[in-house]
Design a protein. Structure first.
Lengths: 116, 114
């Protein structure tokens, strides 16, 4: 089965500094990768996805992610973090085992804390 | 706002009871997914429907069942509830259920079993 790993539990960053949230994947075949963000007591909000093409994917709220096939990584980045970016971030991969099955396998999530 | 709606927002019930969670997908979306989020298990896929038919099953207990109706809304039924069923239940939808679809999530239903 396809899977993703988010190695860090929490990421602390000062406001205005670059933010990176790490994700590595394990798949057979082409990876379809996603990032979601969850604010307290809210649902998951879609940020961006990689399907094919350019390795640098741009998403919502100034976030981008870099797909690296050789390192099997899909790290989420933001050049300048805001306090409002403090939230739980999930990396996910489409878990393919039959046509039309579009389930997502999620990582454990990373808590991001942006310090004013 | 993703356009996916879920009711109720909160549900408190007792062990052994049965509850129904409801989800309305985004306008035009044919596929609905259910996920469970708990502290110990994280986000787990439960089941997927496409245009009224079950498409895929994940880690869904036999005490749980779901269906998607002709108007495309979906219901998740949880019966013989146990303390361990306390969790946040999310519904998501996508337009075709295809390989590259983005799933859009609702706000969730928080279930507390006492």
């Amino acid at each position: 089965a396809q899977s993703v790993a988010q190695p860090e539990d929490q990421v602390n960053v000062a406001e205005g500094n670059p933010l990176t949230v790490k994700c590595t994947y394990s798949v057979s075949g082409n990876p379809y990768l996603f990032w979601y963000v969850q604010y307290p007591n809210r649902g998951l909000q879609f940020l961006l996805k990689y399907i094919t093409g350019d390795n640098l994917v741009k998403g919502s709220y100034g976030f981008e992610a870099e797909f690296n096939k050789s390192q099997t990584s899909f790290h989420l980045k933001k050049p300048s973090a805001l306090v409002s970016d403090s939230a739980l971030y999930f990396c996910a991969v489409r878990d393919i085992f039959s046509y039309g099955n579009n389930r997502l396998a999620f990582g454990k999530g990373n808590q991001v804390v942006v310090i004013p | 706002d993703s356009g996916v709606t879920q009711t109720p927002k909160h549900l408190i019930t007792a062990t052994g009871q049965r509850v129904t969670l409801r989800c309305s997908p985004r306008s035009g979306d044919l596929s609905v997914y259910w996920y469970q989020q708990s502290l110990d298990q994280g986000l787990q896929f439960l089941i997927q429907y496409y245009n009224g038919e079950e498409r895929a099953k994940g880690n869904i207990l036999e005490r749980f069942s779901a269906q998607q109706f002709p108007d495309l809304h979906s219901e998740l039924n949880l019966s013989s509830l146990e303390l361990g069923d306390s969790a946040l239940y999310f519904c998501a939808s996508s337009d075709t259920g295809g390989d590259t679809d983005t799933q859009y999530f609702g706000p969730g239903t928080r279930l507390t079993v006492l």
